[in-house]
Write a new protein. Structure first.
Length: 104
């Protein structure tokens, strides 16, 4: 995968194969992994307690950073290889269907 990681004080988040992974920086142990059912080439975006990532299955996922549980997802008309951007509570993502999505 070509995903770049997001790093906090104690955790690294990265897309790999068909997963989003959270890795403890001290122990190097996996905290959790979230299955996406599609390759993750998108770099995640972290805002507060939610991490957002796109997948080549055409879905944008919002995942709880503590538990790795899916909070919600949306499906677009094409694969997602771009990274999400978040501003003022809105998540922006482009899809290979030619659209830019803004999700509140």
């Amino acid at each position: 995968a070509s995903s770049s990681p997001v790093v906090t004080d104690d955790t690294l988040y990265i897309g790999s194969d068909n997963k989003l992974l959270a890795v403890d920086l001290q122990s190097h142990q996996r905290r959790w992994e979230f299955e996406t059912d599609g390759a993750v080439n998108s770099s995640p975006a972290l805002v507060d307690t939610t991490i957002y990532v796109g997948s080549e299955n055409g879905r944008l996922y919002a995942v709880d950073v503590t538990t790795g549980e899916k909070l919600w997802d949306i499906i677009t008309g094409g694969k997602i290889t771009s990274s999400p951007a978040v501003a003022d509570g809105t998540v922006y993502i482009s899809s290979h269907d030619g659209n830019l999505y803004a999700i509140k």
